[in-house]
Design a protein around this ligand. Structure first.
Ligand SMILES: [Zn+2]
Length: 135
């Protein structure tokens, strides 16, 4: 159950970084990487449950999906995951979702044709757009 660990980590981070210093968080956004494989609705439910009874109760939050981007190490061009995998079959796309490193086995840089591709965003989880008030 990775979602629980992630949700707990986000709540702990916000409480330690802001609440403990006297700030009240009014809203925040959780950006889930397109390739992170986390269940968005599960994260929403867990965070809602975990902030109950804490300083974060009442804070508004949203969860959005962060688009994955891939850099070509040969020509430095950056492409989105969607662009690079558009021509692939659904099976291939699914495989890359499970093992993102496989992108270099299936896709090529749209600018120079190289397979030297590196995933730069879209695998992790971030907390952004944190709005605070001095409590
Ligand atoms: Zn390239």
């Amino acid at each position: 159950m990775h979602e629980f660990t992630i949700a707990q980590g986000i709540v702990d981070f916000l409480r330690e970084t802001y609440s403990a210093k006297g700030y009240r968080i009014t809203s925040f956004r959780i950006a889930l990487g397109e390739l992170s494989m986390f269940d968005k609705n599960l994260i929403i439910g867990l965070v809602r449950e975990l902030i109950k009874g804490t300083e974060l109760e009442g804070a508004k939050f949203t969860v959005s999906i962060e688009e994955a981007t891939i850099k070509c190490e040969s020509c430095n061009q950056i492409h989105t995951f969607k662009e690079l995998t558009k021509a692939l079959s659904n099976d291939e796309k699914e495989m890359i979702h499970f093992i993102p490193e496989l992108i270099s086995s299936f896709a090529r840089c749209l600018s120079c044709g190289s397979r030297d591709l590196k995933i730069i965003t879209g695998r992790g989880v971030m907390v952004t757009d944190i709005a605070v008030k001095k409590a």
